[in-house]
Design a protein around this ligand. Structure first.
Ligand SMILES: [Ca+2]
Ligand SMILES: [Ca+2]
Length: 330
């Protein structure tokens, strides 16, 4: 109808030509343009993340392209599948729950449709492990005497705060617990009070910058000397030596000296481990002011005795004896 009115001017013929060329161009170009637009393209890339151990992480991707679009997430190059710890392996959103150290790594997704595929950039997940602290063995010291600097290590902590508690602050006040060292290598020194003995459990705690903690506990025993009531005689002068002369694993006693009457004595007592000692008959010469040493002079593996002997207070006589230990002789 439009051309009918303008046919005489020839405008309609030109218009028809333009229309025909336009249609041809559209027909030729349209399929190429449509194919390029329909292939998948990542419009939002998954982002790097740093998450605390035990928390959850989510990676999200957005893509354009002809539907249906298919998604496949991978971890360090291996395609993921859903499990109790992971969901959305083939969706736009990948969910990881209750993160562990093994989740640290590289994640990415491939988006596919019937026209092609697109691969996202790599998103790195870093899982911050909880702090850890090494064990500290039980310790012993004497009242009022500081322990040696005990070494322990802390790990997975950038900014650490150390603290300690004591189950008996009269024995080991927390103010008497001092930390040293730096980084992963730390030390602890404890000084018990001077007026108490006993045992306290010391708990050392490391707290990281996220208020996460790790602790270790050990027992510090604070001792003292306590007299053991024995049946040993009182002797003046002479010498006393601990020696396991019979090789039963118990240290025995050799002692010499003079009693209150001035009489000379030399005794060898077997240790009964209950505070009592049983005298062993020996040929050792009684001595008032002797000195003695135990050593394996003949190399047979058994300790022998050398003793300088003065038999009475006059000191007019003196001898030196060597006694071979015959423990091994039947
Ligand atoms: Ca013994
Ligand atoms: Ca010997």
């Amino acid at each position: 109808m439009f051309c009918g009115a303008l046919a005489a001017s020839g405008v309609c013929a030109i218009g028809r030509l333009i229309l025909v060329f336009s249609l041809m161009a559209f027909i030729v170009l349209m399929p190429r343009t449509a194919r390029a637009a329909l292939a998948p393209s990542i419009t939002t890339q998954p982002q790097n993340q740093t998450n605390l151990f035990g928390t959850n992480a989510t990676f999200t991707v957005a893509a354009s392209g002809s539907t249906p679009l298919f998604y496949q997430w991978s971890f360090n190059g291996t395609n993921l599948t859903n499990n109790a710890h992971l969901g959305g392996a083939t969706n736009t959103i990948l969910n990881l729950t209750n993160l562990v150290g093994g989740d640290t790594g590289n994640y990415r997704v491939v988006v596919t449709n019937s026209h092609g595929s697109a691969t996202s950039s790599i998103a790195t997940l870093t899982v911050l492990l909880p702090p850890d602290i090494s064990s500290i063995p039980n310790q012993r010291t004497f009242r009022g005497i500081a322990t040696r600097a005990l070494s322990f290590t802390i790990s997975n902590v950038t900014t650490a705060t150390l603290s300690a508690t004591s189950t008996d602050t009269n024995l080991v006040p927390t103010n008497n617990i001092v930390f040293g060292g730096a980084g992963t290598n730390r030390t602890i020194i404890m000084t018990p009070t001077t007026n108490s003995t006993g045992a306290a459990t010391i708990t050392v705690t490391v707290t990281d910058q996220y208020s996460r903690t790790a602790s270790t506990a050990f027992v510090l025993t604070v001792g003292d000397f306590t007299e053991v009531i024995t049946n040993l005689p009182g002797l003046a002068g002479g010498v006393v030596r601990w020696v396991d002369f019979d090789y039963d694993g118990r240290l025995d006693l050799y002692l010499s000296g003079s009693d209150f009457n001035g009489a000379a004595h030399t005794h060898l007592y077997r240790n009964n481990l209950d505070g009592t000692f049983t005298e062993t008959p020996t040929p050792l010469t009684n001595s008032v002011t002797s000195t003695a040493e135990w050593a394996d002079f003949d190399g047979d593996g058994y300790l022998d005795l050398v003793a300088k002997v003065t038999p009475d207070a006059s000191l007019n006589f003196a001898w030196t004896y060597v006694y071979k230990n015959k423990t091994a002789v039947p």
